[in-house]
Design a protein around this ligand. Structure first.
Ligand SMILES: [Zn+2]
Ligand SMILES: [Zn+2]
Ligand SMILES: [Zn+2]
Length: 134
């Protein structure tokens, strides 16, 4: 039990450290520094538990493997909160953008009703833009 808690904290800590959404393999890489007993199946198990507790969220972008991110702390109490992502086309990392351009109502013709939207920006992250690859 004690051990599970430490593993779970290491997984959550890896996700909270950056603005980045991570694949389970990337989480393992980062979390292993603090909990060397972690392996990929324990990472998946801990992610499952964290999902149930709504401490992490799945990020699924078209054509991309599933990534995970820490639930937004600023979203507590606002079930309607959502945000978007930036995909770096050079290093393939995905970053959370805690912003939304707002209603897309203006984009649809009369008679249509917008219930939700997905938005992903593509480009280069700061380390790829400056040429200094991380
Ligand atoms: Zn990049
Ligand atoms: Zn957010
Ligand atoms: Zn939005």
């Amino acid at each position: 039990m004690e051990r599970n808690t430490r593993q779970q904290e290491a997984v959550l800590e890896a996700l909270r450290r950056g603005r980045e959404a991570l694949t389970p393999a990337e989480i393992l890489q980062r979390a292993r520094a603090s909990v060397p007993t972690l392996n990929l199946s324990t990472v998946y198990r801990r992610l499952g538990a964290l999902l149930e507790q709504e401490q992490v969220a799945i990020v699924s972008l078209p054509g991309q493997p599933a990534r995970y991110e820490a639930a937004c702390e600023h979203a507590h109490g606002d079930p309607a909160h959502h945000h978007h992502h930036f995909h770096c086309t050079t290093c393939d990392r995905v970053f959370a953008l805690h912003a939304c351009p707002g209603s897309m109502k203006k984009l649809v013709p009369n008679g249509f009703r917008v219930d939700s939207h997905d938005l992903t920006l593509h480009g280069r992250c700061p380390s790829c833009k400056s040429g200094a690859r991380a």
